[in-house]
Design a protein around this ligand. Structure first.
Ligand SMILES: NC(=O)C1=CN([C@@H]2O[C@H](COP(=O)(O)OP(=O)(O)OC[C@H]3O[C@@H](n4cnc5c(N)ncnc54)[C@H](OP(=O)(O)O)[C@@H]3O)[C@@H](O)[C@H]2O)C=CC1
Ligand SMILES: CC(=O)N[C@@H](CCC(=O)OP(=O)(O)O)C(=O)O
Length: 347
């Protein structure tokens, strides 16, 4: 049996990546693609790389066009998914790549998104260690899933094992992450003009203002069982895809390198897509490009009393579309790695 799927936001980077990965998925059939301003056009004229779906005509994102499928992927701008999602049948699996249902805290949502909170769905990060075990269990049979943001995926995976094992201090956590330009979506943005971003790097959202700050804090706090406070700085890197996050936290008294390594190893050793690299190897964004894998390495800086964890993901794969499909597989009771067999694209 195959599951019928509609991808809304199909003409965007995230929706396009969902389609690219689903093209090799043996248990689903993409029946409908939808978007907004490009409705009525042939997908092949807008996204020629998606050959399998070239002859599908882009539909408008309406409840009527989305209903009637087993699975609905929403890859729309923030704020655009909540209203349509609320009108879809309970039995439909709805997977939202946008932010609308990621935050449990209504006040954090209102502060960072300046709009009404739409509610909270199970968080689509299967490897997250929670007080009730791995988040994977909360996704089994779920009918609504909120896919994490790309920076939160890289950052939370980097620090979660240390908080789950009670090894890290909850204050003075610093995360600096570099993202490829596709993280900003396909619409024209003045700070992303090719001639200015190629060959150079710049920070943005500096000083605690980036909307991924509350998302990272909320999930790490739930794991730690106490409020975790982070300072997060994103930067733009001259590459189309990829995130390299460097996260550092002070360790608790008496914690050493062996404790840290044991915690990260035990968190990820059985995970199909998240890996602590062998000692001495450090993550490279190229090695996960196009794949659903996340790779990381840690070091203990004894002088500073801090653990330093560097993690790499592809923002469009594990950071969005890959994570969304992995979560779909779990929710539907399929093998978790279906449609996600791609290795990294090197060089
Ligand atoms: N890019 C990334 O790395 C990541 C993105 N995400 C999230 O995925 C979502 C999509 O991002 P991304 O693909 O980058 O964005 P893009 O700008 O590349 O694409 C946006 C898509 O949404 C459609 N769209 C725009 N406005 C509306 C609307 N009002 N109603 C319905 N459809 C609309 C567009 O259709 P049309 O072209 O026809 O107007 C297009 O298909 C966002 O919520 C983003 O936060 C999450 C993690 C990472
Ligand atoms: C480079 C870049 O601009 N990145 C985006 C993050 C994209 C993403 O994953 O986050 P959301 O799903 O929350 O939009 C940004 O900083 O806004």
């Amino acid at each position: 049996m195959s599951f019928s799927v509609v991808v809304s936001g199909a003409t965007g980077y995230a929706g396009g990546e969902v389609l690219r990965l689903l093209a090799t998925h043996p248990e689903v059939e993409v029946k409908t693609v939808a978007a907004h301003s490009s409705a009525g056009q042939r997908l092949g004229d807008l996204a020629p790389h998606l050959r399998k779906y070239a002859n599908l005509t882009v539909q408008d994102t309406t409840v009527e066009n989305l209903a009637g499928h087993d699975v609905v992927f929403l890859a729309l701008p923030h704020g655009a998914s909540a209203e349509v999602a609320a009108q879809l049948p309970e039995g439909t699996l709805v997977i939202d790549a946008g932010a609308d249902h990621r935050l449990e805290s209504a006040s954090a949502w209102e502060k960072f998104y300046q709009s009404e909170h739409a509610g909270f769905w199970p968080y689509g990060l299967p490897e997250l260690l929670t007080s009730e075990g791995k988040q994977r269990e909360a996704l089994r049979g779920a009918s609504r899933i909120a896919v994490p943001g790309c920076y939160p995926t890289a950052s939370i995976l980097a620090l979660n094992p240390g908080f789950a094992a009670g090894l890290l201090q909850p204050r003075d956590v610093v995360i600096i992450a570099a993202s490829g330009t596709s993280g900003a979506g396909k619409s024209l943005k003045p700070h992303l003009l090719g001639s200015e971003i190629m060959g150079g790097m710049l920070p943005y959202g500096v000083g605690g203002g980036h909307r991924h700050t509350p998302e990272i804090e909320e999930k790490l706090s739930a794991t730690a069982g106490e409020p975790v406070q982070i300072s997060f700085t994103p930067t733009l890197a001259p590459m189309p895809r990829g995130i390299l996050a460097t996260a550092t936290a002070k360790v608790k008294d008496g914690v050493g390198e062996a404790d840290l390594r044991a915690a990260w190893e035990s968190a990820y050793t059985d995970e199909p897509f998240v890996h602590l690299l062998p000692e001495g190897q450090w993550p490279h964004t190229k090695s996960v490009q196009g794949s659903n894998h996340a790779v990381m390495q840690l070091a203990f800086d004894e002088h500073a009393g801090r653990v330093i964890v560097t993690s790499a993901i592809d923002n469009l794969a594990k950071g969005t579309a890959g994570g969304a499909i992995q979560s779909m597989n779990i929710a539907l009771g399929l093998e978790e790695n279906l449609g996600l067999a791609q290795e990294g694209l090197v060089p």
